[in-house]
Ligand binder design. Structure first.
Ligand SMILES: [Zn+2]
Length: 90
């Protein structure tokens, strides 16, 4: 009994259709033996592509966290003291 790498590739291909292209640069991964995974379901053709995506995600999460926090504070202020807005601020 010997292992044919082609069989493995075919099986992977059949079960995971979304693994066909690099999530970042859309390069076909079918002939790529090194597929870099990120967050379980994002395939990348190279470590560079994956790293780019990680950085983009981190930047977006950072921004979301910041805007989310600002929004929370704004809402709390609105709820707590709407009457404390100085008249000249209008
Ligand atoms: Zn790529």
């Amino acid at each position: 009994m010997f292992c044919d790498p082609c069989d493995d590739a075919d099986e992977l291909h059949g079960h995971h259709h979304y693994l066909d292209i690099c999530f970042r640069c859309r390069k076909l991964l079918s002939g790529n033996r090194d597929i870099f995974m990120y967050r379980g379901d994002m395939p990348f053709c190279s470590e560079e592509c994956r790293q780019e995506q990680i950085e983009i995600d981190e930047a977006r999460e950072q921004r979301l966290k910041q805007t989310g926090l600002a929004e929370q504070q704004r809402q709390r202020q609105l709820k707590q003291s709407p009457q404390r807005i100085p008249i000249w601020a209008w």
